[in-house]
Design a protein around this ligand. Structure first.
Ligand SMILES: CC(C)(COP(=O)(O)OP(=O)(O)OC[C@H]1O[C@@H](n2cnc3c(N)ncnc32)[C@H](O)[C@@H]1OP(=O)(O)O)[C@@H](O)C(=O)NCCC(=O)NCCS
Length: 287
């Protein structure tokens, strides 16, 4: 192989003739041939730096070329796009694959089971469920769960996880009479005692919630709040009442206030031993 350390432009290299404009131009082939490079290399080594780590000016200029000034002034015009996409963490409620549905007399057994969430003396009896679900099913809502099914697997009966059971009442709060079971409910359409309707009052413009319950194994998963929100939304959108009323013990007052109920003070109801607070959610308050 030809010795190329001393390049002579008048001689071909590897059989190739040099370009004509290379005549008279001498190309240094390594740092030993260029005294400036040699000096530079010596200086770098004296500083303890190996030659490879030295950036020349050309590289710095390249870096400057990469810099692009970005104007963020238009950010406020596109606030939706300039955000991270929402991350949805699956909750315990999602795992239930929940759906809400009006309850009917066919759900009496399901409701009796869910009602066990209450202490015994506050529970609604089987007969009261038969009465309420038969008389005003449109005011009773259930949250059900269904397991994910494999293809071809027979669909099981949905499981009731939580319920809201209500009747109509003519007063702006829950009364003991509205919570009672009319004596002859199977044969009489309307029962009035001392001028007050017992049980469901078809002409009442308040909806009295007598039971919000979630089966104990599914409490704390957001079932109760989801069900209550769904219930309020349905009643509000259907515009079938002036208000929803409920009685609750003190520890749940805040829970109901979070849905927009206002604290009406101590209730006169003596059901289950008393000690209740009236809560009222008024619709159309602006009118
Ligand atoms: C009250 C009940 C319906 C709540 O249902 P749930 O599915 O357990 O409630 P959620 O998971 O939706 O919880 C919603 C909020 O209410 C609060 N809450 C639920 N039960 C509560 C209780 N017993 N005491 C105080 N706060 C309670 C939770 O802390 C939660 O607040 P957070 O979101 O800040 O954590 C349910 O616990 C139940 O059936 N209890 C027995 C029956 C009963 O008392 N019903 C109410 C009649 S007025």
């Amino acid at each position: 192989m030809a010795d190329q350390s001393h390049y002579d432009p008048s001689h071909p290299i590897n059989g190739l003739k040099p370009l004509s404009n290379g005549d008279g131009f001498s190309l240094p082939l390594n740092q030993h041939d260029d005294p400036r490079l040699q000096e530079y290399s010596d200086a770098m080594m004296a500083n303890g730096l190996p030659l490879e780590e030295v950036d020349d000016d050309e590289d710095e200029e390249d870096g400057e070329d990469d810099y692009v000034a970005v104007d963020h002034d238009d950010l406020n015009e596109y606030p939706y796009w300039f955000r991270r996409p929402p991350v949805h963490h699956r909750s315990k409620l999602d795992d239930l694959h929940p759906f809400v549905q009006i309850l009917t007399e066919s759900n009496v057994d399901d409701c009796v089971a869910v009602e066990e969430a209450f202490p015994e003396h506050e529970r609604c009896s089987r007969e009261k469920f038969q009465y309420r679900l038969g008389r005003c099913p449109e005011l009773c809502l259930g949250l059900f769960t269904l397991p994910i099914l494999d293809q071809g697997e027979p669909k099981p009966r949905p499981t009731l996880v939580g319920h809201v059971i209500a009747t109509r009442v003519s007063t702006p709060h829950v009364t003991d009479k509205s919570m009672e079971l009319p004596a002859n409910w199977k044969t009489e359409r309307l029962t009035v005692v001392d001028g007050e309707t017992v049980g469901h009052d078809e002409t009442g413009t308040s909806i009295a919630v007598h039971s919000l319950a979630v089966s104990s194994e599914h409490q704390g998963k957001g079932v109760g709040s989801t069900l209550m929100k769904a219930y309020i939304q349905r009643i509000r959108e259907a515009a079938i009442a002036d208000r929803i009323v409920i009685i609750a013990h003190d520890h749940l007052v805040q829970f109901y206030e979070s849905f927009g109920f206002t604290n009406g003070g101590p209730s006169k109801c003596q059901f289950g031993g008393g000690g209740w607070t009236d809560l009222v959610l008024e619709f159309n308050t602006e009118e």
